[in-house]
Design a protein around this ligand. Sequence first.
Ligand code: GDP
Length: 360
Amino acid sequence: NTGLNPARFKYQIEELEGLVEAAEGVVLGKVYQKRESPDPAYYIGRGKVNEIKQLVEGIGADTVVFNVNLSPVQISNLSQEINAQILDRTDLILQIFFKRAKTKQAKLQVELAYLQHQLPRVYNQKGKELSRIGGGMKTKGAGEKLGEIKTRAIKDRINKIKKELKEIEKQKKQQRKTREDNPNILNVALVGYTNAGKSSLLNRLTKRDTYISDQLFATLDTKTSFIHFPDINKRVIITDTVGFVEDMPQEIMDAFMTTLKETEEADLILHVIDISDDNWMLKKQTVEDVLKKLKLEEKPVINVMNKVDKVIPSQEYLEPDESENTITVSATKGWNIDKLFDILKKYAIKKGEEYGKLRI
Ligand code: GDP
């Protein structure tokens, strides 16, 4: 930490703890350091390295997470000093996404981001392997060769993944075309911070009596769900997107662009917000900034203020929502979900009407 204000710092630490939990880890201890500038070899100072080393041994931790991005040299040096797996912030986020990726496309995208993040580290391992394998003798470039082989293997895999992703994108584009042009189908994209409750909401919305299995959509991946309103002959297709995190690493931004792009075709965006989180306003801003970057700020957005059951004791305490684009719900308890259905219905009807106008 160099000169962050205390509130911002506290928020960052809480966020990191949340990310560790999301990766199914348990926080056993925390170490802080204030420095003017990072140490090129270890990021932290040598004294801190020793402190962490001892702490890790004392409490039996198997992983040390740094809330920054470490250079390949730093990762390699820290791994040699500390007897635990060293993860930087991007590694941690990749682990979470890896666990949560459900579709083939998402899995490939995470793998791509992971490989791109690993590539410079493999280059850097050369020196280490060279000395280890060579053992001081002049086994000219044995380690270097290994580094080269590994690098080539990773690059080959990256190219293969990129090709596969292109193919999937092509297919998806075709599928979307059929949906987009349909006045009876409302396309909804679910966005929000990791852990805000997107999956819970999606489950709640789609596990209804009105849900009817339909062959037409059998080819869609599992992350796309739909609701059928037979009374108005409309369908709503809801696509879950990746969860947002603070300072999304560039590798992930690039790799997930295609998933986020699906939001481009959306008629409506549901932004799920965890209002029981002290930092919900900052997180909301993070998501809005990303949407802006993707030039999606013009789309209609409904802010779904979730987890209200953690803030009020029972449903009777729910107050009317102040604006049309905000709705307070509890995805797990089902509070106000009917109201959200009504909003979706309204938008579905509106789309049909506007489409009709365009045709005339
Ligand atoms: P996602 O990462 O946005 O998909 O979030 P999840 O749907 O996986 O939810 C993250 C955690 O929050 C899970 O443990 C959920 O059970 C919990 N959760 C989601 N919605 C609610 C809610 O309305 N109330 C409460 N109390 N917990 C919720």
